[in-house]
Design a binder for this molecule. Structure first.
Ligand SMILES: Cc1cc2nc3c(=O)[nH]c(=O)nc-3n(C[C@H](O)[C@H](O)[C@H](O)COP(=O)(O)OP(=O)(O)OC[C@H]3O[C@@H](n4cnc5c(N)ncnc54)[C@H](O)[C@@H]3O)c2cc1C
Length: 596
């Protein structure tokens, strides 16, 4: 049940896939030296392995409890959260003007992976706070920033995201919570459900970001505004003061992430919770999207993180469980199951997809840094286009894989995987929420097809496939069987992704229903192809390193073998999604009209 941060692969991915050096050279990131990044990773690895991971199982068993209006987190959470504040961990990527350390999102993403692997139930409080800080930073007034950001960046106060209502989940146009102006503030009334860390005992105050409608607002999404509603109203000196009219009325009993309190929040039972509008009236949802881009990357990273945790546990079990003789040897003695072909196939399936995700996740985080800090306007815009395209892929593909890999982890354990004591089952239960919250994966695929590809007719995707082809060419000129296989696989992946994108862009214009019916297979194809590209990129670096006797040869060889497994086993069925995605469009509606 232990977790050891995979620092060697994290470092390799940061440097060789995501371009750590280029990101560190951006104006504003002068402090992100190689030494500093190494030191941060090292310390985060210790904190996640030594302090957070041991609380994962007990957190699952105890869960958070609501007692007389107060949510008590599991044993040890208060203490470990204190360590986060004292170590300045909350402040890593934020603006130094408000107490942040101004480090790249690239580094923050790698660190986030470790927190989420070690303890997802705990990691959620950090994830939500990060998104709320981002939204206030981008859209808050100078006073709002001065009041809330330093406390939230320190972690003394935490943020929440209050969107969902019983009748408004994926469809936020149906929101009913109300915000009535009164003097310099608004009075908020309504009920929000499923609010992660809506109430807890880790911080001295909780800052709710709430979507609600003003009295004369038009119906639909244009009538929605965003409000800051603190649990304790800040005094003039910034300290937390009087209790606001907002409370947690119950917490949900869930399949997983038991440690994370999922709260039903009631606003305005005694007349109205005091809230302050962020930005302009009617722009609430677009402001929330700023936060959602950040949160969706982080949720994708949760998929990667839970997969890594499940993989580490599966490897350890496979090495220790002795069962059956080795079919490839005459010796009849039973051996560790890691010797068996099918166990190895499962472990390679887990490992290769984890490394593919890590590549694409960090690549996306680096694009966020470019979009924020690049001195050239055109480069910033291009980076932002890539971020916008990649976010739904990262969110949905990673979280689907998180589930598949956690399920493989159970399978590697045999019967013991189904028994709670080993912990393999917890990863599967915890992973199950990931394709649902922060916009279901169906909604991500709809966003990818309906907005992101439609916006530019597939141009941004083409800029990525052009890079894939350039890598295929670079691989082709390197002699060797491995590089030849990888060159061919990457070229085929680029072709399939181009074909699929063209189909989606064209069909989307003529028949949006048909394009949407193929949107999930399209997203899967895109994620698998892009992940394969970045794995192959890593393999080329590893190949060069081996040739020049640089670095650990075992690590470099493993990178090549892993990329080759992915190219030969994982990519081909994913690329064959093109057929299903086209026929889904033809058949889904014809059947659905009559049958459902
Ligand atoms: C543990 C947990 C924590 C959460 N944390 C938060 C939080 O902190 N803050 C917050 O505001 N919310 C939170 N949520 C809510 C979460 O974001 C929603 O559950 C999610 O957005 C889906 O909404 P819904 O449950 O109403 O499902 P629905 O919207 O009813 O969806 C049901 C199904 O219909 C599909 N569907 C709906 N519309 C479409 C469409 N147009 N096209 C295709 N398919 C469609 C969905 O993909 C899904 O499969 C949390 C939920 C849970 C369970």
């Amino acid at each position: 049940m232990t977790y050891a941060a995979p620092l060697a692969d994290i470092r390799f991915t940061l440097r060789e896939i995501a371009g750590q050096a280029d990101i560190a050279a951006l104006p504003g990131y002068e402090n992100a030296t190689d030494d500093m990044i190494d030191a941060v990773l090292e310390e985060a690895g210790k904190l996640s392995g030594n302090a957070l991971a041991p609380l994962n199982r007990t957190g699952d068993q105890q869960g958070s409890r609501l007692e007389n209006g107060v949510v008590r987190t599991p044993e040890g959470f208060v203490g470990v959260y204190r360590q986060f504040i004292d170590g300045g961990w909350n402040s890593l990527p934020f603006d130094p003007e408000f107490g942040g350390q101004g480090m790249p999102w690239l580094l923050a993403t790698a660190v986030q992976e470790m927190w989420q692997s070690a303890n997802m139930g705990f990691g959620l409080v950090l994830l939500l706070n990060q998104g709320a800080i981002d939204a206030i930073h981008h859209h808050g007034s100078p006073e709002q920033k001065a009041t809330y950001l330093p406390k939230m960046i320190e972690g003394a106060w935490t943020g929440t995201m209050n969107l969902t209502e019983p009748q408004a989940g994926s469809d936020l146009a149906q929101l009913r919570s109300r915000a009535v102006p009164q003097g310099d503030h608004y009075l908020i009334t309504g009920q929000k459900i499923f609010i992660t860390y809506g109430e807890h005992d880790l911080a001295e105050n909780i800052v709710h970001l709430v979507l609600a409608r003003t009295p004369d607002a038009p119906p639909g999404v244009r009538g929605i505004s965003l409000f800051i509603v603190p649990k304790l109203l800040p005094n003039a000196d910034g300290s937390p003061g009087k209790r606001n009219d907002v409370r947690c009325v119950s917490i949900e009993h869930k399949l997983g992430i038991h440690a994370s309190p999922t709260c039903v929040m009631s606003f305005g039972d005694d007349g109205g919770a005091i809230g302050w509008r962020i930005g302009e009236e009617g722009r609430g949802l677009s402001y929330m999207f700023t936060m959602m881009n950040n949160a969706r990357l982080a949720v994708g990273v949760q998929g990667l993180a839970i997969a890594e945790r499940a993989y580490q546990q599966a490897v350890a079990y496979a090495r220790s469980r002795v069962q059956s003789k080795d079919d490839t040897r005459p010796d009849p003695k039973p051996v560790a199951i890691v010797r068996h072909a099918d166990i190895r196939r499962m472990l390679m399936t887990m490992r290769s997809q984890i490394e593919a995700m890590r590549g694409l996740g960090y690549y996306t985080a680096a694009a966020i840094d470019c979009a924020l800090k690049h001195p050239d306007t055109d480069a910033r815009r291009k980076a932002q286009d890539r971020v916008d395209l990649l976010i739904p892929i990262v969110k949905a593909w990673f979280t689907d894989l998180g589930n598949e890999i956690a399920s493989l982890g159970v399978q590697v354990h045999g019967g013991m995987g189904f028994i709670e004591e080993t912990g393999a089952a917890q990863h599967l239960r915890d992973a199950r929420i990931l394709p649902i919250y922060e916009g279901t994966n169906g909604i991500q695929a709809r966003d990818l097809v309906g907005r992101k590809v439609a916006k530019d007719g597939g141009e941004t995707m083409s800029s990525l496939t052009a890079e894939m082809r350039a890598l295929a060419t670079a691989l082709e000129v390197v002699a060797g069987d491995d590089t030849a296989v990888l060159a061919d696989a990457v070229a085929k992946a680029a072709d399939a992704l181009d074909d699929a994108t063209a189909w989606v862009a064209q069909t989307g214009k003529a028949d949006i229903g048909a394009a949407l019916a193929g949107s999930v297979p399209f997203l899967r194809l895109a994620g698998t192809a892009l992940g394969g590209w970045l794995l192959a990129k890593g393999a080329l670096v590893a190949h060069r390193r081996l040739a020049s006797r640089e670095g650990d040869p075992a690590f470099n060889e493993a990178k090549i073998v892993t990329a080759r497994f992915y190219a030969e086993v994982i990519l081909p069925p994913a690329l064959a999604q093109l057929g299903p995605l086209k026929s889904a469009g033809r058949t889904v509606f014809a059947l659905a009209e009559e049958q459902f």
